[in-house]
Design a protein around this ligand. Structure first.
Ligand SMILES: *Cc1c(COP(=O)(O)O)cnc(C)c1O
Length: 371
């Protein structure tokens, strides 16, 4: 089936008892046993599984072409579960511009438990130099946040395979509408459902999707169940509801982002635009080969440094000054401020989550702010 059909049907079925067309929200934390002690409804206790979560996880697995999915209370909880599933002492190779929240998680919570290096994963020589006998995981994020760097997924997978190393990909920026890393050979996909999956900036969630049901996956399921960083039934319901429109929302985000990127690139006050859909993007060809479309995120750098970036961001009327991404409304942020003192992000960079407003209004707002 095509992704539009999966998005609508894989997370829903007609309720067997009430015949409700939309899956009811099941708030019960516990489920009745049959007289023989079994659980005919398939659920025992809601930390382990719940009808709304089961449907959400089925939807996530199908959208990413995976064998199974596990959902979490946030993207960072999903990432944390991956790191907790590894044997202590395992070495991880992660990108030098990894999402700052997960980079800080590794640095602050896993120092002394896991080993990690943050490197330019796209450079095969650098990547190979950092592989050690106890390297167990290569973490990739493409397009990356906030520089929109593209990692060649197949190339990394090939290097990892020759060393028996697993590859996990943070696919939050792309979503399965634009890119499906499991089909390109990755072992695991991670999402912040808070972003495009939720799509309306009103819920937090995270997800992991596996290519196959391995021992490693069983361990991740244990972390989910025993760790308990699970989403509530209401959040699962909200996510399933939002994800029905994901393919159509992504089309709008991609369309608007491409046109805004093209507009910004021609503007004399703009030094550089980072968007994988632009032929000027240094990895445009890799993006074209591994993505169906280029996503709704872009960053741009202004001539005139931080001061000019701040003037522009404060002059916009439709774009809201806020972090996060993937909602229907356009957001813009001065990323270096958000990332804090150890940021490597240029101070004249603004990151944009291009929303679903009409592109003419977005361009007009930007034109006025740029002056
Ligand atoms: C937001 C985000 C995360 C973390 O997700 P939360 O839901 O905020 O915990 C991880 N990776 C990327 C790329 C993100 O944008």
């Amino acid at each position: 089936m095509k992704i539009e059909t999966i998005a609508i049907h894989a997370g829903n079925h007609v309720d067997a008892s009430s015949k409700a067309v939309i899956q009811p929200i099941v708030l019960s934390t516990t489920f009745e046993r049959a007289v023989d002690g079994t659980f005919p409804g398939g659920h025992i206790y809601s930390r382990a599984s719940n009808p709304n979560r089961a449907l959400l996880e089925n939807l996530l697995a199908k959208l990413e072409s995976g064998a199974d999915a596990a959902s979490f209370s946030s993207g960072n909880a999903a990432g944390m579960s991956v790191f907790q599933s590894l044997e202590p002492g395992t070495h991880i190779i992660a990108p030098d511009d990894m999402y700052h929240g997960l980079r800080n998680q590794l640095k602050n919570l896993f120092a002394g438990i896991l080993e990690f290096d943050f490197v330019d994963i796209n450079n095969s020589d650098v990547l190979q130099q950092h592989i050690m006998p106890h390297t167990g995981l290569i973490w990739i994020e493409t397009p990356s946040n906030p520089l929109l760097k593209i990692t060649d997924i197949k190339k990394v997978v090939n290097i990892a395979k020759t060393h028996g190393i697993k590859v996990a990909c943070d696919n939050t920026f792309a979503t399965p509408v634009c890119q499906r890393p499991l089909e390109l050979g990755a072992d695991l996909v991670m999402h912040s459902c808070t972003k495009y999956f939720g799509g309306h900036s009103d819920l937090m969630g995270g997800a992991l999707i596996t290519k196959e049901k391995s021992d490693w996956w069983a361990k991740i399921r244990q972390v989910q169940e025993y760790g308990g960083a699970i989403p509530a039934p209401m959040d699962c319901y909200m996510l399933v509801r939002s994800m029905k429109t994901l393919p159509y929302r992504m089309r709008g985000h991609v369309h608007n982002a491409q046109l805004l990127a093209e507009y910004l690139e021609k503007h004399p006050k703009v030094e550089q635009v980072m968007y994988p859909g632009l032929p000027s993007h240094p990895q445009h060809e890799i993006a074209k080969a591994q993505m169906d479309s280029f996503g709704g995120m872009l960053s741009f750098c202004l001539n005139g440094g931080e001061e000019e970036a701040r003037r522009v961001i404060n002059s916009l009327k439709i774009f809201t000054r806020a972090t996060s991404l993937g909602g229907v409304e356009s957001l813009i942020e001065h990323r270096a401020t958000m990332e804090g003192p150890d940021t490597k992000t240029p101070f004249n960079l603004l990151r944009v989550s291009v929303g679903l407003e009409h592109i003419d209004d977005l361009v007009a707002d930007m034109a006025k702010a740029l002056g």
